[in-house]
Design a protein around this ligand. Structure first.
Ligand code: SF4
Length: 649
């Protein structure tokens, strides 16, 4: 380029820049680079540092490795030391970064004024107001709602509530209550066992979407791959996988065979399979299985085939294959447990595992999921009744967004609560309804621990300085409000001194603590426990069949979104733009419809449907797919936010 041409281009570029600037789209404002006069600990410019911590995007408790450059976490990967996820991570775990750096986080403590405006507070003012509200509400009803907290924070809340005369309610939208209740019916325990997919030779999932959101999806997906994938040199042929459910999820799409029974009849199918195994003596029966004789005789394949909508010969074939594999694993508690008879369906599936001799082999009670400690619908129902009845003077919420995830009765009941406090990093629906907002740190910025499975103690540590420096860990706020000395990290460490007594193996505490930090926690094996049939298992019969639905209405299956989960992923654009693996739809919900139903209703893809139930209404476009029964509609969870930031609304 000659000099004249160079100057011409330079002039044109300068003119264009001036024009853009005049339109108001100027260059980014000047920012100043700050040298590391006092660099963060363990940081060398240009060299990545890795920290082990725990994912809190769902209750599975997968181990994380956070890659940190120049004091900023830039990538998350699975921690290979964690027995839960063994180095793998799901999309929600990866996207936790966008929760951390989310532009719509709460940056300062805020209080609602008499005119409804938000007023910024200092932390001393905010904690003073919290302490004053607690003092005023003593004896008048204090309730602290948190997500599932199986470690130090949950213990701190329990202790604080005991001290103040309040109560702690644990609320998880996906708490698998039918699974817990079904296990109680079948075996007298509400514990959620560990399912050994890797050892299974024949897997039947009754609506349990273990590749997506069911219990511990990363761990189960990994184990399923071991059982089901073609691998050279494997000792046994790959396990067969049968999916039983009204619609094809990602898990269902991975199956070798899809069975779509009449919705709600899954328990009948499981009992009929159990009957074939027992009648044909196809597995060594536990001694107490004789108690099931009457129940199973009433559910022989020929007797239930019409109600299930599957030929008796197919039911018999499935049962024989299941027993012959000598490594059967039947799982339930997901979509198939949504019906009013969900617990009975789970109990029937438990019976199938039991008579096939698989309880204790592929179904292991003992290393139970921590989720078994989640609160119940009854506790929530009692809470809503107390809120509505004006029996709660102070409501505190942390790690949950019940205004979005519970029916409208919850938000209506909030109008009867004296004072509402939200500990949330985000302006979600519950925070928007609060009187005092105390911005919590993101899980990647704070200390905590959890017990995701019996025998596992997962540590959570701050992997970087807080993105918004005026946020404060809820644990520290509680300690300060209660006038206790020390930080929440001290509190966590105090509890780990107890673990040191048990698992120290001759190391001093500092060495023990550093080892745990490096590996993401302590991982021990919990012994497998024997379970026997529950005291009233013989009476299961009537409940398994369930009540028939109204003939003129289609059942609506609300399935958990792989990406958005219960809605907590909706503020992360990576998850919004991640195509659903089955429908390939992004950024919005949809209504799944079978082609026959669409033809009957003269609907095409993209037409907007209004779905109504006694609990609310949803408007969403139609997606027509043969992967659903003609007599069922399905919608994913996760969308429909009225707050929760720019990406969710
Ligand atoms: S399953 Fe995914 S979201 Fe849940 S803890 Fe594991 S990585 Fe996190």
């Amino acid at each position: 380029m000659d000099r004249r041409r160079f100057l011409t281009v330079l002039g044109a570029t300068g003119g264009a820049a001036a024009a853009v600037s005049a339109c108001g789209i100027g260059p980014e404002p000047t920012e100043h680079l700050v040298p590391y006069v006092i660099p963060p600990e363990n940081q060398v410019p240009g060299v990545a540092t890795y920290y082990a911590t725990t994912c809190r995007e769902c209750t599975a408790g997968c181990g994380l490795h956070a890659k940190v450059r120049e004091g900023r976490v830039i990538k998350l990967e699975g921690n290979p030391d964690s027995p839960i996820n063994q180095g793998r991570l799901c999309a929600r775990g990866q996207a936790a970064l966008q929760g951390l750096y989310n532009p719509d986080r709460v940056t300062d403590p805020m209080a609602r004024t008499a005119t409804g405006e938000w007023q910024k507070l200092t932390w001393d003012e905010a904690i003073g107001r919290l302490a004053a509200q607690v003092k005023a509400a003593r004896g008048k009803g204090i309730v602290f709602v948190t997500g599932l907290e199986t470690g130090s924070f949950g213990d701190l809340v329990d202790a604080w509530m005991r001290e103040t005369g309040g109560r702690h309610v644990t609320y998880e939208p996906f708490a698998f209550e039918a699974l817990r209740e079904g296990n109680r019916l079948a075996f007298g325990t509400p514990a959620i066992p560990w399912y050994d997919f890797a050892a299974a030779r024949y897997i039947v999932s009754f609506g349990a979407d273990f590749m997506e959101t069911w219990l511990s999806p990363v761990g189960y997906q990994n184990a399923f791959t071991h059982a089901h994938a073609f691998q050279t040199g494997r000792a046994a042929p790959p396990a067969k996988f049968v999916y039983v459910g009204p619609r094809l999820s990602l898990t269902g799409m991975s199956a070798d065979e899809w069975i779509a029974p009449v919705p709600g009849s899954e328990g009948l199918l499981a009992l009929a399979m159990a009957q074939v195994i027992v009648a044909g003596r196809r597995a060594p029966l536990p001694a107490d299985a004789a108690r099931l004789r009457g129940l199973l005789a009433a559910h022989a394949p020929e007797k239930v085939a019409a109600a299930v909508g599957i030929a008796a010969s197919d039911i018999t074939r499935l049962a024989r294959e299941f027993a012959a594999s000598q490594g059967g694993l039947a799982v339930a508690g997901g979509v198939a447990a949504q019906y009013p008879n969900g617990a009975e369906i789970v109990a029937a599936v438990d019976i199938l595992n039991y008579v096939a001799g698989q309880v204790g082999k592929t179904v292991k009670f003992g290393p139970n999921h921590g989720l078994g400690q989640a609160g119940s619908f009854k506790q929530l129902g009692d809470l809503v009744a107390d809120l509505s009845g004006g029996k709660v003077a102070l409501l505190l919420v942390q790690g949950a967004n019940p205004v979005h995830t519970l029916p409208g009765t919850f938000s209506q009941a909030l109008g009867h609560v004296g004072f509402k406090v939200s500990f949330s990093p985000y302006w979600d629906e519950t925070t928007a309804a609060a009187d005092l907002v105390l911005p919590d740190l993101h899980p990647l910025e704070q200390w905590n621990d959890s017990r995701p499975r019996a025998g596992l103690y997962a540590l959570q540590q701050p992997v970087m300085q807080p993105v918004f420096p005026n946020a404060l860990a809820a644990g520290d706020v509680l300690l300060r409000a209660a006038g206790k000395a020390g930080t929440f990290k001290d509190y966590v460490q105090g509890r780990w001194h107890e673990l040191h007594q048990r698992f120290g193996k001759g190391r001093d505490f500092e060495q023990f603590w550093n080892d745990a930090l490096q590996h993401g926690g302590i991982y021990t094996d919990a012994a497998t426990q024997t379970v026997r049939l529950g005291p009233r298992i013989e009476q299961l019969g009537a409940g398994v069949a369930g009540a028939p639905g109204a003939a003129d209405k289609l059942p609506l299956v609300v399935f958990p979104s792989l990406a958005l989960h219960d809605g907590r992923g909706a503020n992360k654009p990576w998850l919004q733009e991640l195509p659903d693996p089955v429908s390939k739809i992004t950024w919005h919900a949809w209504v799944e419809l079978h082609p026959e139903t669409a033809a009957k209703w003269q609907l095409a893809n993209g037409d907007i449907l209004l779905l109504k139930s006694p609990h609310g209404a949803v408007r969403a476009p139609v997606w027509i797919t043969p992967g659903i029964r003609p007599d069922v509609l399905a919608v994913p969870t996760g969308q429909g936010h009225k707050a929760y930031g720019r990406y969710a609304k």
